[in-house]
Design a protein around this ligand. Structure first.
Ligand code: HEM
Length: 495
């Protein structure tokens, strides 16, 4: 550093010092408002193609799925949801599973989680939900009572709470967990006909989850274990793989079902809507720089390509506004120009200007004076769709109404019964641990939901709470520290 004499003072013409420090002062961008803690990796998706009884050719014209063996580069970011960028990876939390496919038609993002469903079905509740789950605005401590206050008054969350408080709420690592698009999308075929579709990722490594005690033991010595596990597996050439499977349903309201196909708090029963394999994903390259690639990666549910579409799922539409909106704030107006976010195949637009623009998305040979469309002077022309345009008819009154088939607790009961006994025991012990310090009215509402889901579930939760130690502060972080250790777990396959 340049100073007046070796004891200072420093001078303002000290350009190299000022440059270095002022860049350092700006090393952070806002962290994601949710899913701040994450790890990423590059790889490829390989399609199984349209051979045999493959569902693809009939239902979607998306090029990524057509030719057997065709590989498409991907970037994946796994995450936890609630706490900050360096929070422990052992926390009870859904895990994010976001995949960016760099297809020949531009990017497709599949932004999902590991639990296949979600807490709410109305996007306007998302900020409230996140406020309740994040630390208390006064103490800055996460508080189980606030969590259950929201959930007990949002009974649609009970299925997700049942998964979250079981060992499924703490996957052993990122390689051994499922992924799912959760929301319902559409596939569109060559003739412009659509079907409803849900996407699922099945890990070839098997599925493994942790008890609260096991998670606590890992956390005591390592709060980066999932990032480390992913990074080290790829470094040693043990590339993790997932199969992509889809569930399909005709595009209508399906009055014969006891749930609405657009309700993201519900699973589509596998016996009626089988999981059909369409390809596999291999992660084989670690990022060269965490900030450049993982922190600045921007995924969104609106990022679709020809042959893939939205459904009328109103949660999905709410999400779709939120992602690019927050990314313009978090990364900047030209976030799509960063190499991690830009399509690998050149996609041309007339967008220009804004902070940090460093190139234009011009088409080869495009007249540089023509940054508008339509024009006869050599500007861009709108890309043609590869098949018949899909033109759904939408009519109805603007209303503030929920969907009709709520059925909030039935699938939670099914899920409870499908769990193995050690998972049920762990679920009850974790719920009791976090609910015991909560207001009695909140406890009673949660017990009522459990009773509605399954008689045994309700009884065990009621008995557990009746015998729980009620003393101490009402503020308690999520996660009962006294859970039992799991029996030796077989690594599982299956949905
Ligand atoms: C991240 C909003 C529901 C999965 C985010 C971010 C926002 C957001 C603002 C931060 C994005 C960024 O900074 O780049 C919402 C809203 C939702 C919603 C408004 C509901 C209305 C969901 C659901 C899922 C989900 C249902 C699971 C299927 C994710 C994932 C990320 C994320 C995986 C992290 C993406 C990454 O790794 O960068 N969400 N979200 N979100 N969300 Fe959502």
């Amino acid at each position: 550093m340049r100073t007046v004499g070796n004891r200072g003072p420093a001078t303002l013409e000290n350009y190299d010092f000022i440059e270095k420090i002022s860049h350092f002062d700006r090393e952070r961008i806002p962290e994601r408002v949710v899913h701040a803690r994450g790890a990423g990796a590059h790889g490829y998706f390989e399609t199984y193609g349209t051979a045999g009884n493959d569902p693809v050719s009939k239902y979607t014209r998306a090029k990524i799925f057509q030719d057997k063996g065709k590989q498409t580069p991907v970037f994946v970011r796994f995450s936890s949801v609630i706490h900050g960028g360096h929070s422990p990876e052992t926390l009870r939390d859904p895990r994010g599973f976001a995949v960016k496919f760099y297809t020949e038609d531009g990017n497709w993002d599949l932004v999902g989680n590991n639990l296949k469903i979600f807490f709410i079905r109305d996007a306007i509740k998302f900020p409230d939900m996140v406020h309740a789950f994040k630390p208390d605005p006064v103490t800055n401590i996460q508080d189980g009572e606030r969590f259950f206050d929201f959930c007990s008054n949002s009974p649609e969350s009970f299925h997700m709470v049942t998964f979250l408080y079981s060992p499924w709420g703490i996957p052993a690592n990122y390689r051994m967990m499922q992924g799912s698009g959760v929301n319902t999308y559409k596939w569109v075929n060559q003739s412009g006909e659509a079907v409803l579709v849900k996407y699922h990722w099945e890990p070839k490594q098997g599925i493994k989850n942790l008890t609260q005690k096991e998670a606590g033991e890992i956390q005591a010595s390592n709060f980066n274990h999932a990032t480390q596990d992913l990074y080290q597996a790829i470094e040693r050439g043990d590339y993790p793989e997932w199969e992509l499977l889809v569930q399909l349903m005709s595009d209508d309201e399906h009055p014969e079902l006891d749930f609405d196909p657009l309700d993201d708090t519900k699973l589509w029963p596998e016996d009626q809507f089988p999981w059909l394999p369409v390809g596999k994903m291999v992660l084989n390259r670690n990022p060269e720089d965490y900030f450049t690639e993982v922190e600045q990666a921007a995924f969104g549910t609106g990022v679709l390509v020809d042959g893939l579409d939205f459904s009328d799922d109103k949660m999905l539409q709410g999400r779709t506004f939120s992602y690019s909106d927050t990314q313009r704030h978090r990364v900047g107006a030209n976030y799509l120009q960063l190499p991690i976010n830009a399509p690998k195949k050149h996609v041309a637009t007339n967008q220009s200007g804004g902070q940090m623009q460093y190139r234009l998305d011009r088409a080869p040979g495009q007249n540089p004076h023509i940054n508008y469309e339509p024009s006869t002077l050599g500007g861009l022309r709108e890309a043609e769709r590869s098949g018949t345009e899909y033109t759904p008819l939408i009519e109805g009154k603007l209303v503030r109404e929920t969907i009709e088939r709520h059925n909030n607790t039935k699938q939670a009961g099914d899920t409870y019964r499908k769990f193995e006994e050690w998972e049920r025991a762990e679920l009850i012990s974790n719920l009791v641990g976090d609910l015991a310090p909560s207001d009695k009215r909140i406890q009673d509402k949660m017990i009522a939901l459990a009773e509605e889901a399954d008689e045994e579930y309700g009884r065990r939760l009621r008995d557990g709470l009746a015998h729980a130690f009620q003393g101490g502060s009402s503020q308690k972080p999520l996660g009962n520290k006294d859970g039992d250790k799991a029996p030796e777990q077989a690594v599982r396959k299956g949905h």
